[in-house]
Design a protein around this ligand. Structure first.
Ligand SMILES: *Cc1c(COP(=O)(O)O)cnc(C)c1O
Length: 585
């Protein structure tokens, strides 16, 4: 069966990009043709990818970003390899008696068009070597290179500083580097998507030393060719491991004794944070939004503050935006064939007309209902939203800082807003395994809804939040709610899916939403929790009011798009990364 991505890719009639040099020219970086080639590709290491069309299910935004980065590279014909584990078990959510349950489903790379290449070995002091099966899937100018074995476990299995996690990380870094050699590729640059991928840079360093380079020269070389992308705000939250764990799990994979000595010297009180090692081995470092790059507080081994550049995340427009809307952006020359905003995108957005926008939103609603038909709410029933109703949505991982419970603090107010405006509220999101506090919060939100005759009909928690549901809500709902505690969201990308699909956004000024200041979205702000809570209900009322007046609606949607289109564009993100990695400093 055709996946919905295949369908989208066929629907959009972008002119074909002749070859990658055309994109390099468009971003004024002609010289990249010499630096990036099929044999010397851009290599992206990540513990997580969220690309179910290709069989790999992630946990959240980090994986969505990785998948989108590869898709953008494919569209632009950039030679690109994504190195990542293929977890053979994935977690799904269901709701039973208003409580979250997790089920594990087994998957195999063979079932998703991956080709088996060979095995590589990962060494451990106390155990026989683990044999990782390397699988590959080529997609245009890009490919996935994956590793796994039957006991590899699922994504984020166990403790973040436990032996098994370290084994998974070592497998990605050392195993992935061996896999690159297996297919004869030498990275032009290595991008480390978070510090859990650092062993890729260590493996490269070890190889250079083995080939006769002096350790310090090799470090300089690796630093120049490695980019560290940080998504975590505080260094205290970074995982760390003991010297004993390194001796057992990491060092048996390193040949150079000089390198082992150098790494040993980075331990403090018998412990080493992977972020410390990463900071030493990557010259270019970035945060994933302007605010995040500014507030990320990291120290290097000498205690000096680390400077992060900002490259705000973007999304793959073809994946997340309704084909008809994307078609309109192309036709009206709001974006070009690369997916970059055109020189006069602002004027062209201003020419959009509200009737057309409303017609496109109706199509989006049909897509949403199609997906909802296959899905279940908290009572195991499938839901359909009437064409003339308004829909609010809150779709994000159920974690504390995202505050999914907030609109349910005052059910009286919520009821009134939904009733007065013929509105529905769709909620979706997974509680992280083992997060008992948020699990209880979800129970309590679902109980509040259960105990109210009106809310029971109008508020639907759709089970097993995933990218299919995320996309359906982005295209088919009207008003998105995004209220992370200011300062805690590194970037967030689901608000970009909403803005790209011409929705109204209610948001705190956090993550990528704060790249525009003041934001043109309906802002939730306040000096304390009560004020913020008040602001949420006020902005929900205001959004409904705007929806009742075409002039206001047109103005609000256009203002948001003018401000955020360059941020939303995944091609813009790729341009920024190429600039950061290969630009003159
Ligand atoms: C887009 C998306 C995300 C990213 O969401 P943020 O909360 O904005 O980081 C996470 N999970 C899924 C399934 C998504 O589609």
């Amino acid at each position: 069966m055709e996946s919905y991505y295949d369908k989208i890719n066929k629907t959009i009639k972008t002119e074909d990009i002749e070859d990658v040099s055309e994109f390099y020219e468009a971003i004024n970086r002609k010289n990249l043709t010499k630096k990036l080639s099929d044999d010397r590709p851009y290599v992206y290491f990540t513990m997580e990818v969220y690309d179910k069309g290709n069989g790999i299910k992630g946990g959240g935004g980090l994986g969505v970003l990785a998948a989108d980065t590869r898709r953008v590279a494919e569209t632009l014909e950039i030679p690109f390899i994504c190195v990542t584990p293929f977890y053979r078990s994935e977690i799904h959510q269901s709701i039973v008696a208003l409580d979250q349950r997790e089920t594990i489903i087994n998957v195999r790379p063979e079932d998703y068009g991956f080709e088996y290449l060979d095995d590589v070995e990962i060494f451990n002091r106390d155990m026989p070597p683990a044999r990782l099966n390397i699988f590959q899937k080529i997609l245009g100018s890009t490919r996935f290179l994956t590793m796994g074995e039957s006991n590899f476990g699922e994504l984020y299995a166990g403790d973040g500083s436990g032996d098994h996690r370290l084994y998974q990380e070592v497998s990605l870094g050392f195993g992935g580097y061996k896999a690159l050699k297996m297919i004869g590729k030498k990275p032009s640059v290595i991008q480390l998507n978070e510090t859990a991928t650092i062993f890729a840079a260590v493996a490269r360093l070890d190889e250079l030393v083995k080939n006769g380079m002096n350790l310090y020269e090799a470090i300089v070389y690796v630093r120049k060719h490695t980019l560290y992308t940080n998504h975590t705000l505080v260094q205290a939250a970074e995982s760390e491991f003991s010297y004993e764990q390194f001796t057992k799990i990491v060092f048996p994979n390193i040949e150079s004794s000089a390198l082992i000595r150098w790494i040993s010297g980075l331990f403090r009180n018998d412990r080493l944070k992977l972020s410390t090692l990463t900071i030493e081995l990557a010259e270019a470092k970035n945060g994933v939004s302007r605010l995040h790059a500014r507030v990320a507080d990291y120290r290097d081994i000498n205690g000096d503050k680390v400077k992060f550049r900002a490259v705000t995340n973007g999304i793959d427009l073809k994946t997340w935006i309704l084909p008809d809307i994307l078609g309109l952006y192309l036709e009206k020359e709001i974006i070009d064939k690369f997916g970059l905003p055109t020189d006069n995108f602002k004027e062209n957005i201003d020419k959009l007309d509200i009737e057309k926008i409303k017609e496109l939103k109706k199509k989006g609603r049909i897509e949403l209902n199609k997906v909802l038909k296959k899905r279940k709410n908290q009572y195991g029933k499938s839901v359909q939203i009437p064409e003339n109703a308004l829909v609010f949505d809150f779709k994000r991982r159920f974690v504390d800082y995202k505050r999914p419970w907030m609109p349910f603090e005052d059910t009286e107010k919520l009821r009134k807003i939904l009733r007065d405006n013929n509105a529905y509220y769709i909620l979706a999101g997974k509680v992280h395994q083992g997060d008992s506090r948020m699990r209880a919060t979800l129970n309590s939100v679902l109980s509040k809804i259960e105990s109210d005759d009106f809310l029971r009909e109008r508020v639907h928690f759709i089970q097993d939040y995933d990218e299919e549901l995320g996309r359906a809500l982005a295209v088919g709902s009207d008003i998105a709610i995004n209220v992370p505690i200011v300062g805690l969201e590194a970037c967030g990308t689901s608000f970009m899916k909403d803005l790209g699909n011409l929705k109204l956004l209610i948001s705190t000024a956090d993550g990528g939403a704060a790249d525009i200041s003041p934001t043109s979205a309906l802002e939730v702000s306040g000096i304390n929790y009560e004020q913020e809570l008040n602001a949420i209900y006020k902005q929900m009322e205001k959004a409904c009011y705007i929806y009742n007046n075409d002039t206001l609606l047109q103005k609000q949607i256009k203002n948001q798009l003018v401000d955020y289109l360059p941020i939303v564009s995944g091609a813009r993100m790729m341009k920024d990364y190429l600039q950061l990695i290969f630009g003159q400093k």
